[in-house]
Design a binder for this molecule. Sequence first.
Ligand SMILES: [Zn+2]
Length: 321
Amino acid sequence: MRRLARWFALAVAALLVLVGVGLALAHRQIRGIDPPLPDLAALRAFADAPDLPVRVSVWNSASQPAPRRFVLEPSRDPDPSRPYTMSHAAVVLEWEDGRVLVVDAGMDAEQARAFGRPIEAVGAEVSVPHGSIGAHVAPAITGRPLAIAFTHLHSDHVGGAVSLCAALPSETRVRLFQTPAQMDLVNYTTRPGHALVAAARCLAPERVADAPLAALPDRPGAFVIHAAGHTPGSQIVGAWVRDATGVRGFLFAGDAANAIDGIRRDVPKPWPYRAFIVPEHEPRLARVRAFLREAEAAGLVLALAHDEHHLATTGITSFGD
Ligand SMILES: [Zn+2]
């Protein structure tokens, strides 16, 4: 019996060492990625394209009210009692001739419930799914030239792509635009997302230019910025949209922050999150937040995947409305 206990203790210790080494390696990797951020004039140049997208809308695949301390470091949050709801948004950009660019895919109902359960276990409300982009977006974009980009390869951003592919005719190819960093650099938090990309049979990955700022092929007005910080391949997708209100610039910043006050008030994510759950490069994210603050001050509209209250203030309509 004593022998068994000793083996058990040894196994637990070995497991802890393995987890520790894995975490340390992931931290070392993410800390080594700090490419230059583009200046706003370089972003503005994309607004000169002759045929900009003519519509931007969002499909929120799930909502989960949660305390702000889950997403903002409480000691730095100037407004900790403000309500917060975690959304899981997919963005749809549409061009006059029918071309589509989807940014992030959210999750289907089953994935959203499973993703929300551990967050619920530590004090959030239950995750309420609103349905997948396969059910709600695919019917309206079937037969059109389709492309998708993920802000990063976490399963809550990639999961819905499986439903999208399943809902499209079997021969459909959806071009998947990825920076080389997103394609090539993996850590344990993005491995399930890489697997989901492989499982989503309609996705045809395409490497965009290896640069801090790159144009998205055949999607005039749209671009991608290698953001890093959250995952090695995190990217900010941007686009200038020309609609009845004029030309507006949008930055879809994924999880650079999970609440808009992270950017506006410069609040990091809680330290246990960035130390143990998603190994992040906080100094890099602080630079990304400063860049996004500057962009917002210059009139660009920021959209985060997970801040439902803020999304509702951006003027971006819900897909299909
Ligand atoms: Zn996320």
